[in-house]
Write a protein that binds this ligand. Structure first.
Ligand SMILES: [Zn+2]
Length: 183
């Protein structure tokens, strides 16, 4: 699986695919040590510290490999899937060769100790990367529908949102991923 390369891009460095990837296919697996939120770097430098939240106050530290460099986008082409203990990125749209691989950091963020400015330049850029709970309902619904929101967020989300079930049948197909090809 040598189709991913690290390249300079508008966010410093990013991960790019040299081959087209079909929707639903695995793009990469995350590695690294599991740490508690009390072991995070302090101060946390979101641009340089590569920690992925994987549970309530649980994070996956940097692996030293290419998975550390996947950038955020508000219009991502992959999502994080927790699959029997393996944490991976899967394509949520078809990804042309040459594209930058991105995911929406907010899909894993719950009570996050940081937030970040965003300059991803997608047409739906939110300008701030915050906790999942702070996203607009339509975006939350889309990510839940795609199956890329982890259980530790879903459990709280459904516990607090009786309105969600009522509206489930009204979720509309969304095309906002279609602009996700990297410039
Ligand atoms: Zn953005």
């Amino acid at each position: 699986m040598n189709r991913l390369v690290l390249k300079d891009c508008k966010h410093g460095r990013g991960v790019f695919t040299t081959q087209a990837i079909n929707t639903g296919n695995e793009v990469l697996q995350f590695g690294g040590s599991i740490v508690g939120s009390d072991q995070l770097p302090n101060p946390y430098l979101a641009d340089n510290d590569y920690y992925l939240q994987i549970g309530d106050k649980i994070f996956l530290g940097p692996s030293g490999d290419i998975d550390d460099y996947v950038n955020h986008s508000c219009c991502p082409n992959t999502g994080v899937l927790f699959d029997s203990g393996v944490i991976k990125l899967v394509a949520v749209t078809s990804i042309p060769a040459g594209s930058e691989i991105t995911f929406d950091y907010s899909t894993t963020m719950d009570n996050s100790p940081w937030e970040m400015d965003c300059s991803c330049l997608s047409r739906n850029c939110r300008h701030k990367i915050k906790n999942f709970v702070e996203l607009e309902f339509e975006i939350q619904a889309r990510y839940i529908q795609l199956g890329i929101v982890p259980d530790y967020i879903l459990q709280k989300f459904f516990a607090n949102s009786s309105v969600i079930r009522k509206h489930t049948s009204k979720w509309m197909p969304c095309n906002f991923y279609r602009s996700s090809v990297a410039p």
